[in-house]
Design a protein around this ligand. Structure first.
Ligand SMILES: Cc1ncc(C[n+]2csc(CCOP(=O)(O)OP(=O)(O)O)c2C)c(N)n1
Ligand SMILES: [Mg+2]
Length: 626
């Protein structure tokens, strides 16, 4: 085969356009396109290449580099990691704006390819605009900050170096155990340099995602543990959904009678009305799941990385003899909590474990207790969905109203604030892809760009973005992109005048919600978050702000206004923002759980001393699971 003379950037774009992925015999292109914001460092190299080879890799203009990486991550999550976007940025601030997005992708184990522009490899015009100068290190640029948040990182200092780097990048992106952000830093001069690339490099390449099985020996050990347990429980994480294992999980549960708690990423593993679905587990868990967890003598983790929210900071599982079995495609996660490690694909592992457990079932009394807990929990959800609260509605009722209005296949999106916990507890999921709360990084601002990525991945579904006023202010720019590209979002902008979640957290650590309200200073202080107002409210109008960005805005005053707004929104064909104020203090309670947030050990404030005492007592329950 011959060679083709292309610039490094042209070669990269042509290579990316020819990468495919296959699982279960279904093959598709791996890159749905390339998000980008141009500046020096990518306008000539990658920008020129995207223009010339636009049929291979569609370019989408974003407004904020962090946001475009969020959109790519959300897209990848909605597609069960079988497709994603590349993201191109200029050098300097354009690049470092993507660092937060990279961290989010890597923490959530979602594939995104980042292509930040970089300083000249030749160094001749240095210091180039936006270059970080480090007198002690000639080879350092701001792009080195991606190293800690990427699963693969390389800098392409010579045109031919692209070949091994691009192949290594694809291997990591398409490997479910290793995936996350991949960063290829692209010096701007090298992007424009030509090289005779071998034609094989541009041929269609199919990356296979297999369904590896756990080792037989470990499977036998796990089956024996389960057969000998009296109160087994499953904790289902995002891996169940990415592996499309929800049907296999349901069959496993029906066969064995083992109840299921769900993590944030795993919510949707079971429909909420399955009799053995106990709902959210951990710090933002339901009483149903948290009681089961407390007593469980065996916990089967499926596709979970056991975050502190899931384990309630290692207080959730209190049975002194509790053991863990972990089904996980990543060896790293499978070994957590000294678990019996079933390293493999979730669906394949559940199917083979079902066979190994043939004839086994939990005792009837245990199954009945789980079913009763499911019903009792649903009654609590109903209570919170229908709270009659005046003059402003409760957030739980806003959530209930959106849930009741939405179709089963619609998607709810959230990431930070008080809503993720409330949604985790209360959202009635009816479809494995209907719940999308980013809680690996819980990144304020993910909501709207995340919604955009989901809508691009699943245009047939309505996407309901539940966005706090704080998150909205941090990142609303992609409303413009959604209008430009014709991807409609229904954004429910829930205004409680500031950081209500952190206000509550601050009060719980004795600090009176200091600095969490949106108010003017009073007597030189930013004030406290208490029901007595401290300082005048600010003249901020977020609904009008949304209007100015091109959204169709509906202002709802109460729950009946919200119902009308949702009906109206359904018929609007561009992004809608439904603005709804809620009561700041009418929150959803915690259900017998704990989250470790260290309280000051010494203080002259009585409230802090009291909070520390309670904290020290709660901490006694923390376990190590060795
Ligand atoms: C980028 C980022 N900065 C800070 C935080 C810490 N934080 C978590 S929730 C929150 C407040 C969110 O406010 P809002 O969106 O209004 O939701 P509310 O708490 O009022 O429900 C803050 C500051 C975060 N998660 N992400
Ligand atoms: Mg708020």
């Amino acid at each position: 085969m011959g060679t083709t003379r292309l610039t490094m950037a042209q070669a990269l774009v042509r290579f990316l356009a020819n990468q495919y992925i296959e699982r279960d015999g279904m093959e598709q292109r791996f890159f749905a396109g390339c998000f980008g914001i141009f500046g020096h460092g990518n306008v000539a190299g990658v920008g020129q290449a995207l223009h010339e080879y636009s049929e291979g890799l569609t370019y989408y203009q974003a407004r904020n580099e962090q946001a475009m990486v969020h959109a790519a991550s959300a897209y990848a999550r909605q597609k069960n990691r079988l497709q994603t976007f590349a993201c191109t940025s200029s050098i300097g601030p354009g690049a470092t704006n993507m660092v937060t997005g990279a961290a989010l992708a890597t923490i959530n184990r979602l594939p995104v390819l980042l292509l930040p522009g970089d300083v000249f490899a030749t160094r001749i015009p240095d210091p180039v605009l936006q270059k970080l100068e480090t007198p002690h290190d000639g080879d350092l640029s701001v792009n080195d900050s991606f190293r800690s948040v990427s699963r693969y990182w390389d800098r392409i200092n010579r045109a031919e170096q692209l070949i091994p780097a691009a192949l290594a990048a694809m291997r990591v992106l398409t490997n479910p155990a290793e995936t996350g952000a991949v960063t290829l830093a692209l010096p701007q001069d090298v992007q424009a340099e030509a090289y005779d690339y071998p034609e094989e490099f541009f041929e269609k390449r199919v990356w296979r995602v297999g369904r590896p099985l756990p080792e037989t020996e470990m499977l036998d050990r796990a089956a024996a543990l389960i057969r000998n347990s009296e109160r087994p429980m499953i904790v289902s994480g995002g891996g169940t959904i990415y592996s499309e294992a929800t049907e296999a999980l349901r069959r496993f549960v029906d066969q064995t009678g083992i109840p299921v708690g769900e993590t944030q990423a795993g919510k949707g593993s079971m429909p909420y009305d399955h009799p053995l679905a106990l709902g959210a587990v951990g710090a933002t868990g339901t009483f149903a799941a948290n009681r089961a967890a407390r007593e469980a003598d065996l916990v089967i983790g499926v596709g979970t990385r056991w975050s502190d929210f899931t384990t309630a900071s290692k207080t959730a599982f209190q049975n002194p003899d509790v053991r863990f079995v972990n089904i996980n495609v990543a060896d790293f996660d499978a070994h957590k909590h000294a678990g019996v490690a079933l390293v493999g694909d979730a669906r394949a592992a559940l199917e083979i474990l079902s066979e190994a457990l043939s004839g086994y079932e939990v005792e009837a009394g245990y199954r009945e207790a789980s079913e009763k807990a499911n019903r009792e929990w649903d009654a609590e959800v109903e209570r919170l969905y229908t709270l009659d609260h005046d003059p402003l509605p409760a957030q739980s009722t806003v959530i209930g109203t959106v849930n009741s209005f939405s179709d089963p296949a619609d998607v709810v999106v959230c990431a930070a604030g008080s809503m993720p916990g409330d949604l985790h507890k209360l959202w009635r999921t009816r479809d494995p892809k209907g719940y999308h709360v980013e809680y690996g990084y819980s990144c304020m601002g993910y909501e709207i760009p995340g919604g955009l990525g989901i809508k691009m991945a699943a245009p047939e579904r309505e996407v309901y973005v539940m966005c706090g006023d704080g998150s909205y202010l941090m990142m609303n720019s992609e409303i413009v992109t959604s209008v430009q590209e014709g991807y409609k979002l229904t954004i429910v902008l829930v205004d409680n005048a500031g950081f209500a979640s952190i206000g509550a957290l601050s009060r719980s650590v004795g600090s009176h919600g200091f600095g969490t309200q949106y108010r003017y200073r009073k007597n030189g202080s930013l004030g406290l978050d208490t029901e007595e107002e401290t300082g005048e409210t600010l003249p901020v109008d977020l609904a009008t702000n949304a209007e100015s960005l091109g959204a169709h805005v509906i202002r709802a005053k109460d729950i009946s206004g919200l119902k009308d707004a949702l009906t109206e929104a359904k018929d609007v064909d561009r992004t809608v923002v439904i603005y709804v104020p809620v009561d700041r203090y009418e929150g959803v309670p915690d259900y017998e759980s704990f989250w470790d947030v260290p309280v000051a050990e010494v203080s002259e404030m009585e409230s802090v001393v009291a909070a520390r005492k309670e904290y020290a007592a709660n901490k006694q329950a923390e376990r190590r699971y060795l």
